[in-house]
Design a protein around this ligand. Structure first.
Ligand SMILES: [Zn+2]
Length: 411
């Protein structure tokens, strides 16, 4: 592979480091070999000309479901009834759009059987287009738990340990548990009746046992936990990432900071972006639901910035929306969090959570050559993450594959 050099107007190598005007990134064999303004460019290096743009590390999405996309359907029955081929085709399209949005690494936390491993392998072999994946294989819930279309029942410490071991044998990178949300029935209204509550789904004993069983195998654990006792049990038992956490209290923030767990996918666009969030859904006319969302919105607006100040590392995810990390990051800044912290929430924090900080999330010699180009500077205007001009994954410019044109896009 010929060496490449990415030229920039402004180079961000790490959210915490001063950006480098006219910085360059030298790429060799899919890895960064040098960064800076006054560096030697290897003779014959192919130029990726982003000299009109800001170049920064590619994005990392902390929480995604491959085949689900809010743009397709709302009712749960639509997920149940969908044929497997259509689900796979939608998954392929979703992952393609994720990569086009500048995401080159992501974690998937629940889907139909077999989907996550199949896509992970297909992407690694070049048979499918998308970000590199960390997967949970099968997300686990109690029998009376929620979202049966994307997770599997496991009850009691023993069955949890068994299912976690089976997932490990199938190549799971993560264990995913639904520790809040209980099932009220099969209709869509029943599903959302169980959502955004702090009612535990798993017992304290089950949560402790699952975390211990997973850690014994060397696999980190992510828990869907909106709030309440189950969230605290998970933090106390050494959970690695809490998903959503929209009903945090002051005490929870302190416990969170002490635990060192990551706060992943607070689903900010659902709460704060009226264009695509809950307020745009037909369910907004249900008074009880709107009141519940408004309570979660208030608690999130107060406690999420507080958590960032307390040192909790936030990782943003797009969950079932895909390719919209810019909306999440914009909403985080809208809550008073700095652009620098918002940028960490889509790069370095998530890289650390995935134990990949030595490969992705920032641009230094030895890292994967994963970079994006933007027309603005996200440290000044976070919304400029919306318009990605170039995507490089492991040294390959993939924008042309994604959009059917030359590697770098002009306005
Ligand atoms: Zn999810």
């Amino acid at each position: 592979m010929m060496p490449k050099v990415i030229k920039s107007k402004l180079l961000i190598i790490h959210p915490d480091r001063a950006p480098i005007p006219q910085g360059m990134v030298v790429v060799n064999e899919g890895r960064v070999s040098d960064v800076g303004a006054d560096i030697a460019v290897p003779a014959g290096a192919e130029v990726v000309d982003c000299s009109a743009y800001t170049v920064m590390p590619a994005l990392i999405d902390s929480h995604v479901h491959i085949t689900i996309n809010n743009r397709f359907e709302m009712p749960l029955s639509a997920h149940f009834d969908l044929d497997a081929t259509t689900a796979v085709l939608r998954g392929a399209m979703n992952l393609r759009s994720d990569l086009a949005s500048g995401v080159t690494t992501m974690r998937t936390l629940g889907d139909r059987p077999g989907i996550e491993k199949a896509f992970q392998g297909a992407i690694d072999r070049g048979e499918a287009v998308g970000p590199r994946l960390q997967v949970c294989v099968r997300a686990l819930r109690p029998s009376h738990g929620t979202a049966p279309f994307l997770c599997f029942p496991a009850d009691g410490a023993e069955e949890l340990a068994l299912k976690i071991r089976e997932n490990f044998a199938r190549g799971a990178d993560w264990t995913k548990l639904f520790v809040t949300n209980v099932r009220q029935g099969d209709a869509y209204e029943d599903y959302i009746r169980g959502d955004l509550t702090d009612v535990p789904a798993y017992s304290k004993r089950e949560i402790e046992a699952a975390i211990a069983a997973s850690h014994d195998l060397g696999i980190p654990v992510a828990a869907h936990a909106i709030g309440g006792p189950a969230l605290r049990w998970a933090l106390e038992a050494g959970i690695d990432s809490i998903e959503h956490a929209n009903l945090l209290t002051d005490e929870d923030v302190a416990l969170f900071a002490k635990s060192g767990a990551y706060l992943s996918d607070p689903n900010l666009q659902l709460f704060f972006d009226d264009e695509v969030g809950f307020a745009s859904f037909p369910t907004w006319t249900w008074d009880w639901w709107r009141e519940r969302v408004e309570r979660a919105r208030e608690l999130t607006a107060t406690h999420l910035p507080e958590a960032v100040r307390a040192g909790v590392k936030v990782c943003l995810g797009t969950d079932s929306t895909h390719a919209t990390l810019w909306r999440e990051a914009s909403a985080l800044v809208g809550l008073g969090v700095s652009e620098t912290d918002a940028l960490k929430a889509v790069t370095t924090n998530t890289a650390e959570m995935l134990c990949m900080a030595d490969r992705v999330g920032h641009l230094h010699a030895g890292m994967f050559a994963d970079a994006i180009a933007l027309s603005g500077n996200p440290l000044e205007d976070i919304a400029c993450l919306r318009h990605v001009k170039m995507v490089m994954k492991a040294g390959e410019v993939v924008t042309d594959v994604l959009r059917g044109a030359s590697g770098v896009f002009s306005d």
